[in-house]
Design a protein around this ligand. Structure first.
Ligand code: COA
Length: 289
């Protein structure tokens, strides 16, 4: 018995149906195979680049020796935009400013440092921490939500979350994991038993609907949001953050990879979780049936 989901939007369900953090096993008839129809999460920058490439192909633009021609990718904020377009330039300037402001970290007197590395450290913010810390955590969450395309996505139980932030040596917040207590989750089912190869997963499963079991399994920690600054990805930041969550989420115990679940993962999230958990059949929670 299983359920099918479209290529998903991590935590978007919290925006649409906040109450769904008590997952759906009970509310889903055992003989039904519900299909989610909501917009798939698309990496905004890839989509933007494609749009811009198409725009430049379709439109007849005169190369009059402009400094920049065609899509450019900002080396600081990572946004892809058309440098020749005033509208795009404005959008870029706004995004750039907002991002840099959001990820700036001045340092606090009382930081709860959970792990230290050669390239930065991981701190955690609790909901009852001083206002400035909670405000920073909220600002980062808003940035993450806007990158994921969520508008006014509320957390289901804001008083219960722990926000882990990866602060780089140059005092920028380049990673964020929001973790919450859960009691059960559901296993993602493989699309095809012959397609367990990771490369195939990347190219095939990534684009497709995914299925998960209707059988709830015990889980302890839910990853509600996981995000790494675009220009710092594939450097093990997310892996180190989830390691730290597992190590510190519950006092005195180190959670196993089978005790954590991902909230309705995006394609990026799915690839990450598959690698991190060592299986495409990792646990998920908090999705729409
Ligand atoms: N494509 C393919 N494999 C990926 C991947 C991607 N986009 N992201 C992670 N992986 C796999 C790789 O095997 C990687 O190891 P490798 O780099 O040695 O090959 C492994 O996961 C560990 O990745 P890591 O470097 O720890 O992850 P990260 O710091 O790049 O962060 C995300 C991963 C998902 C947090 C990041 O891509 C991100 O912020 N994406 C946008 C927000 C998002 O979609 N979040 C998921 C919500 S559920």
């Amino acid at each position: 018995m299983y359920q099918i989901f479209s290529t998903p939007t991590c935590a978007k369900s919290q925006q649409v149906l906040p109450e769904l953090c008590s997952p759906l096993g009970s509310s889903t008839p055992m003989d039904s195979v519900p299909l989610l129809r909501r917009p798939g999460q698309i990496n905004k920058n890839i989509r933007r680049k494609k749009e811009l490439d198409k725009h430049f192909k379709d439109q007849f633009i005169i190369d009059a020796g402009q400094k920049h021609f065609g899509p450019v990718s900002c080396k600081t904020c990572g946004m892809v935009y058309a440098a020749a377009s005033p509208e795009d330039e404005t959008q870029h300037a706004q995004y750039h400013q907002r991002l840099l402001e959001g990820i700036k970290f001045v340092g606090w007197k009382k930081e709860r440092t959970m792990a230290e590395y050669w390239d930065g450290k991981i701190i955690v913010v609790f909901p009852d921490d001083p206002k400035y810390a909670v405000k920073k955590a909220e600002d980062v969450r808003e940035l993450v939500d806007s990158e994921l395309g969520f508008k006014q996505a509320n957390l289901s139980r804001p008083s219960k979350i722990k926000t882990y932030l990866f602060v780089s040596n140059d005092r920028k917040i380049v990673g964020c994991v929001i973790a919450e207590h859960i009691t059960q989750a559901f296993r993602v089912l493989s699309e095809d038993v012959h397609r367990t190869d990771f490369e195939k997963l990347k190219t095939v499963e990534n684009q497709r609907a995914w299925r998960c079991s209707t059988e709830p399994e015990r889980a302890i920690c839910g990853v509600s949001r996981i995000w790494v600054f675009k220009l710092q990805r594939r450097r093990g930041i997310a892996s180190r953050m989830v390691d730290t969550v597992r190590n510190t989420f519950m006092y005195g115990s180190f959670l196993s990879k089978t005790e954590i679940a991902f909230s309705d993962p995006t394609p990026d999230g799915k690839l990450f979780a598959t690698k991190y958990c060592g299986t495409p059949n990792f646990l998920v929670y908090n999705f729409i049936s």
